[in-house]
Design a protein around this ligand. Structure first.
Ligand code: PHE
Length: 344
């Protein structure tokens, strides 16, 4: 028995040292000192030992058990420190790494330009009006002096919804609706930004695009008021050096009518490829509201006159930001949109 105990002490100490983690150490402990372990097995033989040898043997048993328990406790401390260190090493974090920036949204260039236009005209005392995208033939055409079969209806390639409804081809119907609502009160000063639709699709035309039209009705409004207003707008939108020029044109709803150019935003008027070497870029259509249009909407054309203008918001955005293909505005490519981050 003595030999067995000495062997247990030796082998046990070795096993304890070799345990490489706390789980293993627990297994070793059970194997040595557990209820079904080796020490218990040795002690079962105590009954066969002659009584006079028992005290000495008992003392040896205690020695061995103490030695093993001490060894176990020491190893347990070592192993838990080791495991703690490993865990800390795994969780190490480099506080000097740069942080992750939260990604910020951006205001779409069309919304951005639209808000700028609204600000400019709000500053001149205009109201902002809205109307439906799906319009009746009457508001989109008839009330604008474009009766059925009028040849100028072909100027705009219209999406029809049945016989009497259309996707509005311009925001002019909002002007008619606003005149009907307010007539005969003056002054009427309004702009109407919104989506419009035409059967067009290429680098400079999209089947859905944005337009803003303006209308002023009052006593004694003249073409000079129109030009002054557009001049002021062009300077605020494109810079103090801007100029506008009016060229005679035709629209069924205005008489006289004009196409309006600004100095080329690419060359400032010197002439470049962007303006086909003319120095000017067309940005809008305008004119004096046709007397029949005023009359149909409830104004007396002998008492009041008005001017109106309309421009593509997309086109203004393209000029302002140097975008050459209108499709960039509608494909939601983040590489394009992220260039407009922040502001407005
Ligand atoms: N409604 C015209 C268009 O969409 C623009 C315009 C508005 C022209 C007002 C003259 C006056 O083409």
């Amino acid at each position: 028995m003595e030999k067995q105990l000495e062997q247990l002490a030796r082998q046990g100490t070795e096993a304890i040292e070799q345990a490489s983690d706390l789980n293993q150490l627990e297994q070793v402990r059970l194997d040595l000192l557990g209820k079904k372990g080796r020490m218990t097995a040795i002690l079962r033989q105590m009954g066969q030992v002659p009584p006079e040898q028992r005290p000495a043997l008992g003392a040896l048993v205690n020695d061995v058990r103490n030695k093993l328990e001490e060894g176990l406790a020491k190893r347990q401390q070592q192993l838990s420190r080791l495991e703690m260190e490993q865990q800390l090493a795994a969780e190490k974090l480099d506080v000097t790494l740069p942080g992750r920036r939260p990604s910020r949204g951006a205001v779409h260039p069309i919304s951005r330009v639209c808000r700028q236009i609204e600000d400019i005209f709000l500053g001149m005392g205009y109201s902002i009006e809205e109307g439906p995208d799906i319009e009746s033939d009457y508001y989109n055409f008839v009330a604008l002096n474009l009766p059925k079969n009028h040849p100028a209806r072909d100027m705009q390639d219209t999406f029809y919804i049945g016989e009497e409804m259309v996707l509005r081809t311009h925001t002019s119907p909002v002007q008619v609706r606003t005149m009907e609502r307010l007539a005969p009160a003056v002054p009427l000063k309004m702009i109407c930004p919104g989506r419009v639709y035409r059967k067009d699709d290429d680098a400079t035309h999209s089947p859905m695009f944005f337009q803003v039209e303006g209308l002023v009705v009052d006593k004694g409004i003249s073409m000079a008021d129109l030009k002054g207003t557009l001049q002021l707008f062009a300077r605020q939108m494109f810079g103090e050096k801007q100029q506008v020029r009016l060229r005679p044109s035709y629209f069924p709803f205005t008489e006289p009518s004009a196409e309006v150019d600004i100095l080329c935003t690419g060359c400032g008027g010197k002439g470049c490829r962007m303006c086909s070497h003319t120095g000017w870029l067309e940005i809008l259509g305008a004119g004096m509201v046709h007397p029949r249009v005023l009359e149909m909407s409830g104004y007396d054309p002998r008492q009041v006159t008005g001017f109106a203008f309309g421009m593509g918001i997309d086109r203004v955005a393209m000029l302002k930001y140097g975008i050459t293909d209108i499709r960039h505005l509608y494909q939601n490519d983040l590489r394009v949109l992220e260039q407009f981050e922040g502001g407005m």
